[in-house]
Design a protein around this ligand. Structure first.
Ligand SMILES: CC(C)(COP(=O)(O)OP(=O)(O)OC[C@H]1O[C@@H](n2cnc3c(N)ncnc32)[C@H](O)[C@@H]1OP(=O)(O)O)[C@@H](O)C(=O)NCCC(=O)NCCS
Length: 161
């Protein structure tokens, strides 16, 4: 899937839907689409310019899943950060998220990365999901993210490729 403007529009739609469903995608459920679109623009630019790695899943030409990983620079050039991973809320639990993550980690390894981290608002199901993919907990930032019921810790997990 090319990182063109059509992809950008589809990505914002999926991202907005994921946020509305309460997913750990960096935005509150009530975040306006325009706010998410502002975050999507530099992400799609990075994908287009090869500064980020991405994988996507479509169903009947509709974007239903996406994952983006940003390799580090300089002394961090052998590590990377998973910036976004989301599956259309109606399609979760069918293995798509694991498949996207696996493909992205393979692409990261092929690019020479040795370690990848991810940070998200602490959530047991999310933690279990990443543990199944080989990630372990590396740390925690207290009260780092705002949640519907107050501030939440951010969990940092990582995997060696
Ligand atoms: C996390 C996510 C990508 C998993 O995709 P998926 O296609 O459902 O994943 P799989 O079917 O391969 O695996 C299912 C596991 O995913 C996790 N999961 C499912 N729904 C989830 C949700 N809403 N939030 C967090 N984790 C979830 C659970 O560990 C689940 O296992 P369980 O049913 O035994 O609890 C997807 O749920 C999602 O988009 N969540 C919102 C965004 C998010 O939390 N991204 C991860 C942080 S970057």
């Amino acid at each position: 899937m090319a990182a063109d403007s059509a992809f950008g529009v589809a990505l914002v739609g999926l991202w907005h839907e994921s946020a509305q469903a309460g997913g750990a995608v960096g935005f509150a459920a009530a975040a306006p689409r325009a706010e998410i679109a502002r975050a999507a623009v530099p992400l799609v630019d990075s994908l287009r310019q090869g500064r980020a790695l991405g994988v996507a899943a479509d169903q009947a030409r509709r974007l239903v899943g996406a994952a983006v990983l940003r390799p580090g620079q300089g002394t961090r050039s052998r590590t990377g950060t998973l910036e976004l991973l989301m599956v259309e809320p109606a399609l979760t639990g069918c293995g798509l998220g694991s498949q996207l993550l696996g493909e992205l980690l393979t692409a990261a390894r092929d690019r020479g990365l040795q370690r990848v981290d991810v940070a998200f608002a602490q959530d047991e199901r999310g933690q279990r999901f990443f543990e199944k993919a080989g990630f372990t907990v590396w740390g925690r930032r207290p009260h780092w993210q705002q949640g519907p019921d107050g501030d939440r810790d951010e969990l940092i997990m990582g995997v060696q490729l």
